[in-house]
Design a protein around this ligand. Structure first.
Ligand code: TMP
Length: 207
Protein backbone atom coordinates (compact mmCIF):
# COMPACT_ATOMS: atom_id res chain seq x y z
CA UNK A 1 0.00 0.00 0.00
CA UNK A 2 1.15 3.49 -0.87
CA UNK A 3 0.05 5.94 1.88
CA UNK A 4 0.54 9.71 1.69
CA UNK A 5 0.19 12.50 4.23
CA UNK A 6 -0.95 15.91 3.06
CA UNK A 7 -1.80 19.21 4.71
CA UNK A 8 -0.74 22.81 5.12
CA UNK A 9 2.59 23.97 6.53
CA UNK A 10 2.87 23.17 10.25
CA UNK A 11 -0.06 20.72 10.19
CA UNK A 12 2.05 18.14 12.07
CA UNK A 13 2.64 15.71 9.19
CA UNK A 14 6.25 14.93 10.11
CA UNK A 15 5.36 14.14 13.75
CA UNK A 16 2.50 11.87 12.67
CA UNK A 17 4.67 10.15 10.08
CA UNK A 18 7.25 9.35 12.76
CA UNK A 19 4.58 8.02 15.16
CA UNK A 20 3.08 5.85 12.42
CA UNK A 21 6.53 4.55 11.44
CA UNK A 22 7.15 3.51 15.06
CA UNK A 23 3.77 1.75 15.19
CA UNK A 24 4.54 -0.13 11.95
CA UNK A 25 7.94 -1.17 13.31
CA UNK A 26 6.37 -2.36 16.58
CA UNK A 27 3.88 -4.45 14.56
CA UNK A 28 6.68 -5.77 12.29
CA UNK A 29 5.05 -4.36 9.16
CA UNK A 30 7.71 -3.85 6.47
CA UNK A 31 7.66 -0.22 5.41
CA UNK A 32 9.62 2.71 4.03
CA UNK A 33 9.21 6.32 5.14
CA UNK A 34 9.92 9.04 2.64
CA UNK A 35 9.06 12.61 1.67
CA UNK A 36 8.48 15.04 -1.19
CA UNK A 37 10.02 17.02 -2.60
CA UNK A 38 12.89 14.57 -2.07
CA UNK A 39 13.18 10.93 -1.08
CA UNK A 40 15.85 9.95 -3.64
CA UNK A 41 19.29 11.51 -4.22
CA UNK A 42 18.20 13.33 -7.39
CA UNK A 43 14.94 14.54 -5.87
CA UNK A 44 16.69 15.80 -2.72
CA UNK A 45 19.00 17.86 -4.97
CA UNK A 46 15.93 19.37 -6.69
CA UNK A 47 14.32 19.99 -3.25
CA UNK A 48 17.06 22.48 -2.41
CA UNK A 49 16.09 24.56 -5.45
CA UNK A 50 12.42 24.54 -4.50
CA UNK A 51 12.11 25.13 -0.77
CA UNK A 52 14.64 27.88 -0.10
CA UNK A 53 15.16 31.34 -1.58
CA UNK A 54 12.71 34.08 -2.50
CA UNK A 55 8.97 33.37 -2.68
CA UNK A 56 8.89 34.50 -6.33
CA UNK A 57 12.06 32.65 -7.38
CA UNK A 58 10.06 30.37 -9.76
CA UNK A 59 6.82 30.87 -11.63
CA UNK A 60 4.11 28.27 -11.05
CA UNK A 61 4.70 26.35 -14.30
CA UNK A 62 8.49 26.07 -13.94
CA UNK A 63 8.08 25.09 -10.31
CA UNK A 64 5.59 22.37 -11.25
CA UNK A 65 8.03 20.90 -13.78
CA UNK A 66 10.71 20.81 -11.06
CA UNK A 67 8.31 19.11 -8.60
CA UNK A 68 7.46 16.52 -11.27
CA UNK A 69 11.10 15.93 -12.19
CA UNK A 70 11.76 15.24 -8.51
CA UNK A 71 8.61 13.07 -8.24
CA UNK A 72 9.47 10.94 -11.27
CA UNK A 73 12.94 10.20 -9.90
CA UNK A 74 11.50 9.43 -6.44
CA UNK A 75 8.76 7.12 -7.76
CA UNK A 76 11.08 5.21 -10.10
CA UNK A 77 14.06 4.90 -7.75
CA UNK A 78 12.42 4.45 -4.38
CA UNK A 79 8.62 4.16 -4.22
CA UNK A 80 7.94 1.58 -6.95
CA UNK A 81 10.89 -0.69 -6.02
CA UNK A 82 9.79 -0.67 -2.34
CA UNK A 83 6.17 -1.50 -3.27
CA UNK A 84 7.45 -4.30 -5.54
CA UNK A 85 9.27 -5.77 -2.50
CA UNK A 86 5.95 -5.85 -0.64
CA UNK A 87 6.71 -2.90 1.62
CA UNK A 88 4.20 -0.24 2.61
CA UNK A 89 5.43 3.19 1.55
CA UNK A 90 4.51 6.16 3.76
CA UNK A 91 5.23 9.47 2.07
CA UNK A 92 5.13 13.04 3.42
CA UNK A 93 3.35 14.89 0.53
CA UNK A 94 2.79 13.78 -3.07
CA UNK A 95 0.82 14.85 -6.17
CA UNK A 96 -2.06 16.44 -4.20
CA UNK A 97 0.44 19.04 -2.93
CA UNK A 98 1.17 20.12 -6.52
CA UNK A 99 -2.53 20.36 -7.40
CA UNK A 100 -3.09 22.45 -4.29
CA UNK A 101 0.06 24.62 -3.98
CA UNK A 102 0.85 25.22 -7.67
CA UNK A 103 -2.75 24.82 -8.90
CA UNK A 104 -5.13 26.34 -6.39
CA UNK A 105 -2.46 28.38 -4.55
CA UNK A 106 -0.58 29.82 -7.52
CA UNK A 107 -3.20 29.58 -10.24
CA UNK A 108 -1.73 26.99 -12.65
CA UNK A 109 -4.54 25.03 -14.31
CA UNK A 110 -5.48 21.71 -12.76
CA UNK A 111 -5.72 20.20 -16.28
CA UNK A 112 -2.08 21.12 -16.96
CA UNK A 113 -0.94 19.46 -13.72
CA UNK A 114 -3.07 16.37 -14.29
CA UNK A 115 -1.81 16.06 -17.88
CA UNK A 116 1.78 16.26 -16.61
CA UNK A 117 0.99 13.61 -14.02
CA UNK A 118 -0.43 11.28 -16.69
CA UNK A 119 2.59 11.85 -18.97
CA UNK A 120 5.14 11.11 -16.27
CA UNK A 121 3.40 8.65 -13.92
CA UNK A 122 0.27 7.42 -15.72
CA UNK A 123 -2.43 6.67 -13.15
CA UNK A 124 0.01 5.98 -10.31
CA UNK A 125 -1.53 7.45 -7.13
CA UNK A 126 -1.67 6.61 -3.42
CA UNK A 127 -4.17 4.05 -2.15
CA UNK A 128 -4.75 6.14 0.97
CA UNK A 129 -4.16 9.83 1.69
CA UNK A 130 -4.41 11.27 5.19
CA UNK A 131 -5.11 15.01 5.10
CA UNK A 132 -4.16 16.85 8.30
CA UNK A 133 -6.44 19.86 8.49
CA UNK A 134 -5.49 22.91 10.56
CA UNK A 135 -6.19 26.65 10.72
CA UNK A 136 -3.26 28.19 8.78
CA UNK A 137 -2.69 30.80 11.51
CA UNK A 138 -1.86 27.99 13.95
CA UNK A 139 0.06 25.91 11.40
CA UNK A 140 2.30 28.77 10.30
CA UNK A 141 3.15 29.63 13.90
CA UNK A 142 4.20 26.03 14.52
CA UNK A 143 6.19 25.92 11.29
CA UNK A 144 7.98 29.20 12.10
CA UNK A 145 9.14 27.91 15.48
CA UNK A 146 11.14 25.03 13.99
CA UNK A 147 12.26 26.03 10.52
CA UNK A 148 15.74 26.75 9.19
CA UNK A 149 15.97 28.13 5.67
CA UNK A 150 13.18 26.01 4.10
CA UNK A 151 10.70 28.87 4.30
CA UNK A 152 9.95 29.68 0.66
CA UNK A 153 6.31 28.52 0.78
CA UNK A 154 5.70 29.49 4.40
CA UNK A 155 6.56 33.06 3.43
CA UNK A 156 3.54 33.27 1.11
CA UNK A 157 0.74 35.44 2.53
CA UNK A 158 -2.04 34.11 4.77
CA UNK A 159 -4.64 34.16 1.93
CA UNK A 160 -2.44 31.73 0.02
CA UNK A 161 -2.44 29.38 3.02
CA UNK A 162 -6.24 29.63 3.37
CA UNK A 163 -6.55 28.62 -0.30
CA UNK A 164 -4.21 25.67 0.38
CA UNK A 165 -6.42 24.49 3.25
CA UNK A 166 -9.59 24.78 1.14
CA UNK A 167 -7.82 23.02 -1.75
CA UNK A 168 -7.00 19.92 0.28
CA UNK A 169 -10.55 19.80 1.65
CA UNK A 170 -11.99 19.98 -1.86
CA UNK A 171 -9.79 17.07 -3.02
CA UNK A 172 -11.04 15.08 -0.01
CA UNK A 173 -14.64 15.81 -0.99
CA UNK A 174 -13.99 14.77 -4.59
CA UNK A 175 -12.17 11.54 -3.64
CA UNK A 176 -13.69 10.24 -0.39
CA UNK A 177 -12.52 6.66 -1.12
CA UNK A 178 -8.86 7.67 -1.09
CA UNK A 179 -8.74 10.72 1.19
CA UNK A 180 -9.44 10.91 4.93
CA UNK A 181 -9.44 14.28 6.69
CA UNK A 182 -8.14 14.38 10.28
CA UNK A 183 -8.55 17.39 12.58
CA UNK A 184 -4.92 18.37 13.26
CA UNK A 185 -5.88 20.83 16.00
CA UNK A 186 -6.20 17.93 18.46
CA UNK A 187 -3.43 16.48 20.65
CA UNK A 188 -0.67 14.40 18.99
CA UNK A 189 -1.74 11.11 20.60
CA UNK A 190 -5.41 11.57 19.64
CA UNK A 191 -4.44 12.31 16.05
CA UNK A 192 -2.14 9.28 15.99
CA UNK A 193 -4.91 6.97 17.27
CA UNK A 194 -7.32 8.31 14.65
CA UNK A 195 -4.77 7.63 11.90
CA UNK A 196 -4.05 4.11 13.18
CA UNK A 197 -7.81 3.36 13.16
CA UNK A 198 -8.12 4.62 9.59
CA UNK A 199 -5.21 2.43 8.47
CA UNK A 200 -6.47 -0.66 10.29
CA UNK A 201 -9.88 -0.26 8.66
CA UNK A 202 -8.51 0.45 5.21
CA UNK A 203 -5.87 -2.30 5.17
CA UNK A 204 -7.71 -4.82 7.30
CA UNK A 205 -4.66 -5.14 9.57
CA UNK A 206 -3.94 -4.50 13.23
CA UNK A 207 -1.23 -1.90 13.83
P1 TMP B 1 7.43 20.27 3.57
O1 TMP B 1 7.51 21.53 4.36
O2 TMP B 1 6.20 19.47 3.83
O3 TMP B 1 8.69 19.45 3.60
O4 TMP B 1 7.25 20.71 2.02
C1 TMP B 1 8.03 21.70 1.47
C2 TMP B 1 7.18 22.76 0.79
O5 TMP B 1 6.99 22.39 -0.58
C3 TMP B 1 5.82 22.96 1.40
O6 TMP B 1 5.68 24.33 1.73
C4 TMP B 1 4.86 22.61 0.30
C5 TMP B 1 5.68 22.70 -0.96
N1 TMP B 1 5.26 21.77 -2.03
C6 TMP B 1 4.64 22.28 -3.16
O7 TMP B 1 4.43 23.50 -3.26
N2 TMP B 1 4.29 21.42 -4.17
C7 TMP B 1 4.54 20.07 -4.10
O8 TMP B 1 4.22 19.32 -5.05
C8 TMP B 1 5.17 19.54 -2.91
C9 TMP B 1 5.46 18.08 -2.81
C10 TMP B 1 5.52 20.44 -1.91
Amino acid sequence: MFITFEGGDGSGKSTQLQLLGKAFTASAIPHVMTREPGGSAGAEAIRKLLVSGEADAWDAETETLLFYAARLDHVNKLIKPALAEGKTVICDRFADSTLVYQGIGKGLSGEYIQALHRLTLGNFMPGLTIILDIDPAIGLKRAASRRGNETRFENMDIDFHHRIRAGFLSIAEREPQRCMVVDAGQGQETIHKTIVDIINNKLGIHV
